[in-house]
Each structure stands twice: as C-alpha cells, then as structure tokens.
Write a protein that binds this ligand. Structure first.
Ligand SMILES: [Zn+2]
Length: 102
C-alpha cells in the first residue's frame, strides 16, 4: 500500500529514515516504536509512518525503562529523531501549553 497525499494525488516520499515515536497517553509515555517520516514532494505535508516489522515496545515490557531513557538521551542530542504522538486530544493540548510531564 502506498501512502498518498489526498489534496495533491501524489505519493509521499521518505524524508527521514529512523525516528523514534513516543506514544503519550494520560501524560505518560505508553509505547515506543520505530518509524520513518514521509513527505509530499508537492505540498510538503509530512506524516510519520511505522515501517518496521517490529512491534511497539509498551510500558509493561521489561526493557521499556531502558528504551525510554535511551530515547530521551537521543532527543537531547537530535530532537528531530523523536516524535511524540498523543493518544488523546487533552494530552496534545497539555503539551501545547508546555506541560512536559511525560
Ligand atoms: Zn501534498
């Protein structure tokens, strides 16, 4: 399945390979997974797309804490490699207001 920009009717292109997605629910990171950033070559709209066959690492996995600290260290070095996605609208609104409790 190809990812298509609906307004432009063209296929998204890979813009950045290898980002780490931190899925935030109720203000805390719930899951971590690998993805790529795709971009429309016409309008520039970007999407994050999970491309790997690996399953998300969820908060109850034994290696979650180490993976999260690694992701936060990576974010300090290269913020473009970390994407936070909010499971609920209220989490996104809190993040916009500067609540970085996750
Ligand atoms: Zn487009």
């Amino acid at each position: 399945m190809r990812d298509i920009c609906l307004p432009c009717h063209v296929e998204y292109r890979v813009a950045l390979v290898g980002v780490t997605v931190l899925e935030v629910v109720d203000g805390a990171v719930y899951a971590i997974y690998a993805a790529d950033v795709l971009s429309c070559p016409r309008c520039g709209h970007s999407i994050v797309c999970a491309r790997t066959l690996s399953t998300p690492l969820e908060h109850w996995h034994s290696s979650f804490a180490d993976a999260l600290s690694g992701a936060l260290a990576l974010e300090a070095r290269d913020p473009n490699r970390i994407v936070r996605v909010y499971g609920r609208v209220r989490d996104a609104l809190a993040a916009e207001k500067g609540d970085q409790s996750s």
